[in-house]
Each structure stands twice: as C-alpha cells, then as structure tokens.
Design a protein around this ligand. Structure first.
Ligand SMILES: CC(C)[C@H](C(=O)O)[C@@H](O)C(=O)O
Ligand code: SF4
Length: 422
C-alpha cells in the first residue's frame, strides 16, 4: 500500500485497502474556522430540530478552531461569527481556539503545522478546501463540507472512497529563484484544474527529499486547484524535526510500502524548471514569467496559506532588500509566530524600508473579502492559489498567481518580472 492507503486502512481497522474501496475512517483531528464553524452550527440546529442529540462532541480535544477569514472583523456579520465561534468553543469545551487579538493566531492551514496540530499518519479533516495543505506532514488531509464536518464532530468518523494515487516525482534540486510554487503551477498547467479530481497527488523523489517542509506545504496546498481529494508527501526526518521543534512529542517517520502502487507517475527535472505565473482566470493558465504579458500591475500581494509562510517571506525579503516598490504592495505573514520571526530576523524592516505595507495575518484579500480587495480593472500579482473572476475583488479585476520571489520582483518593477532579471 502507498501512504494514503496505509493511513486509511489503519483508520478504518482494515489490514488492506485498495483504490475505490469505501471505508469508514476514524478521524484524528478536525478544524473549523470563522466561516465553516457557523455553517456547521446551522447543521447542528437542523439536526436538533430532527431530534438528534447535538449537546456533546465526540471528543473536544481533537477539535480545533481558527479565526482567519474575516479577521479583523470586516462588518457586522463577520463580527457576529466570531462571537458564535467563541460560544461554540465555550459550550463544547474546545480548548484549542486561536483567537485574533490574543497571541498566536493565523490562517488555519498555517497553524496546523506551526502549532503542530496534525501528526504524520493522521486523518485530518477541515471545513476548508485547502485542508489538503497539511498533507505535507504525511497526513491524509482533506476539506469537507458543513454537513460532513457536523457528522465528524458528533461521531468522530466519516466515509471516504480510497482515492487513486498519482505520483509526482521531482528529480534534483530546484535552481535558485525557482520555488515550490513554480513546480505546482507547472503540474497544474500540465494536468489541468480537473486533472486530480478525487485523486491523491503524492510528491516524492530526490527534489522533494531536498525540499523544506514549508515548500512541500506549498505543493500540497494547491492540489486543491487540481481538484484533488488530497495532496501528500511522505513524512521523513525533516517533518519529525519540524513538528518536534514546535512541541510535538509523538511525530514519527511515516511512509508507504517500498512496492506501493501508483496509478500514474509524472516526472519532472528540477534543472529544467523556471519561474512561472498562472494568468487570469485559471490556475492552469500557465506562462513562463519571461514570456508573460507585459501588463502594468496595480498591486503585489504576498499573503495567504499558500504564500506567506516564513520561507516565503524570506524569499521576498531577498528580492526586496535595498529596493523600493513601484506599486501598492502588501505583505501579510500567515500567522503571528511567522510575523514575530520576521520581525526578529529583520525581514519586516526590509519590507517597510522598501515601502511595503505589512498587515496582520488574515485571509481577507486572498478571497476578495476585505483588507485590500481589487477595484474594477485592477491587476494584481499574488502568492495566493486562486484567480477566477472576482476572486480578489471586482469581477473585472485580474490576478496573476506566482511565487513570492516573482511577486516581490514584480513589485519592484511594476511589471511581471523574473527575479533572475532584476
Ligand atoms: C471560505 C472558505 C470556506 C474557502 C474554502 O473552503 O476554500 C476559502 O478558504 C477559499 O480559499 O476560498
Ligand atoms: S488564505 Fe485564501 S486560500 Fe487560504 S484558507 Fe484563506 S481564503 Fe482560503
């Protein structure tokens, strides 16, 4: 069995599972945020009206909550949602609630690894489509809708059809100025936004072994844009060290069998990779940066669960050091812990000296909700993961998706720029 099959077999109490089997799996961790939490509570209300007992969760110690999408509160509804979340965690005895304005908080898919909320081999589900991100820790991690999350909260298990697994193998180390974001854009360009539909996208090979855990997180994050059920990389010593340094005591190396089967194997040579962008209006609409349209940009955005981890900020700082931005540029570290490290290590000074505005962790602009949405006809280069019409603001705005290095280089020139050409 490959790693996903092993996880789902363990979680469903079977010795063997194969693609297309339907299993009922025990869940190790579940997450809701300030959008999905209130949605799940509406399901609880409906169940209650039908006589279902919703007074207790199966295990409040396995549930955690993030405030990320609409913090700081964008308007009255989002302010009320934060109150609903607080009541939820209080009423059900959930202790892990990361609150805006109270120490560590951040984007849910960042806290999951920064706070070591998920371990290798876990079944982890969240009320958000980019829950796939956390597969980089060697977990089976996927997003579920409100009804399924409500079921998990009450029963601690849920059904899955065991996905077929495609293996994406990277040979060699990515060159300087080429990031994991470029690799996942290349893969989505090749297989399309439906190329991974209900499949596992597993990443491996020498290039992935060489990669930091944070880079692997970027890869798994955007498996959602290919339609995948989940993304995963086997948990090696790097993952164990990463989680242990964040307080985990039970992280273990966790891999598939040596003779594991994969439906398809795709190979990439790291030395052939180049900085890329995804043009509007789809993550599969890929162009090499040096051949990208010469548009006048209005904004550069370095934020989100995809592109504001510590190493993303470090990469942007390398480019922005001693430079001045030519367009509106916003950098929003994905969690307070990252913000603090960026401050301690001088990254924030580099950003502020370059003219960048540094903001608090939030999903805000990534999903076009608040904190810097785009106006009609504005064009943005962004380290986020989605660029369909209206995603970051007005339906007639445009977003180019890129790595933090490309977004930083483009901030300096005001045009889509390859960091090697700066
Ligand atoms: C609001 C939330 C449910 C949504 C998701 O599930 O992905 C958001 O995070 C996004 O990226 O569009
Ligand atoms: S940062 Fe963007 S993609 Fe990530 S969870 Fe928030 S809205 Fe979704």
């Amino acid at each position: 069995m490959n790693i996903v099959e092993k996880i789902l077999a363990r979680a469903s109490g079977k010795s063997q599972v194969a693609p297309d089997d339907v299993v009922f799996a025990k869940v190790d961790k579940v997450m809701v945020h300030d959008v999905s939490g209130p949605g799940v509570l509406k399901v609880f209300d409906k169940l209650k009206n039908k006589g279902v007992d919703v007074s207790k969760l199966w295990d409040p110690t396995k549930v955690w909550v993030a405030e990320d999408h609409f913090v700081p509160s964008a308007e009255k509804i989002s302010a009320e949602n934060i109150v609903k979340l607080s009541n939820f965690t209080k009423n059900y005895g959930i202790e892990k609630h990361f609150k805006y304005g109270m120490g560590q908080y951040g984007i849910c898919h960042t806290l999951s690894h920064e706070e070591a909320m998920v371990m290798p081999g876990d079944v982890y589900v969240g009320g958000d489509s980019h829950t796939n991100t956390t597969g980089a820790l060697g977990a089976f991690a996927c997003g579920l809708g409100h009804t399924d999350i409500a079921y998990v909260l009450l029963n601690g298990q849920i059904w899955f059809k065991v996905p077929e697994t495609d293996y994406f193998k990277l040979n060699g180390k990515l060159p300087d100025h080429v990031m994991a974001k470029d690799l996942i854009l290349k893969i989505i360009g090749d297989i399309g936004t439906d190329g991974g539909n209900y499949r596992t996208m597993q990443f491996g090979g020498t290039g992935i072994d060489e990669m930091s855990v944070e880079s692997r997180l970027t890869l798994c994050n955007m498996t959602t844009e290919a339609g995948a059920k989940n993304g995963i990389a086997e948990a090696d010593q790097k993952v164990v060290d990463y989680l242990s340094s964040r307080g985990a005591t039970n992280a273990q190396v966790f891999k598939g069998d040596d003779d594991a089967q994969y439906a398809n194997v795709y190979e990439y040579e790291a030395s052939e990779m180049e900085p890329l962008v995804a043009k509007p209006f789809s993550p599969e609409n890929i162009a090499v940066v040096r051949e990208a349209p010469s548009v006048e940009l209005d904004k550069s955005y370095i934020g989100s669960c995809t592109g504001a981890k510590y190493e993303d900020l470090e990469a942007a700082a390398k480019i922005l050091k001693g430079k001045t931005v030519k367009i509106r540029t916003e950098i929003l570290p994905a969690s307070i812990s990252i913000y603090k490290r960026a401050m301690e290590n001088g990254l924030l000074t580099i950003f502020l000296d370059a003219g960048v505005t540094v903001g608090p962790p939030t999903c805000g602009a990534c999903c076009g909700a608040h904190m810097g949405v785009l106006a009609k006809n504005e064009i943005c280069i962004s380290t986020t993961n989605r660029n369909f019409p209206g995603r970051m603001g007005h339906v007639e705005s445009e977003t180019y998706l890129s790595s933090p290095m490309v977004a930083a280089a483009s901030a300096v020139t005001g045009k889509i720029t390859d960091p090697r050409d700066l």
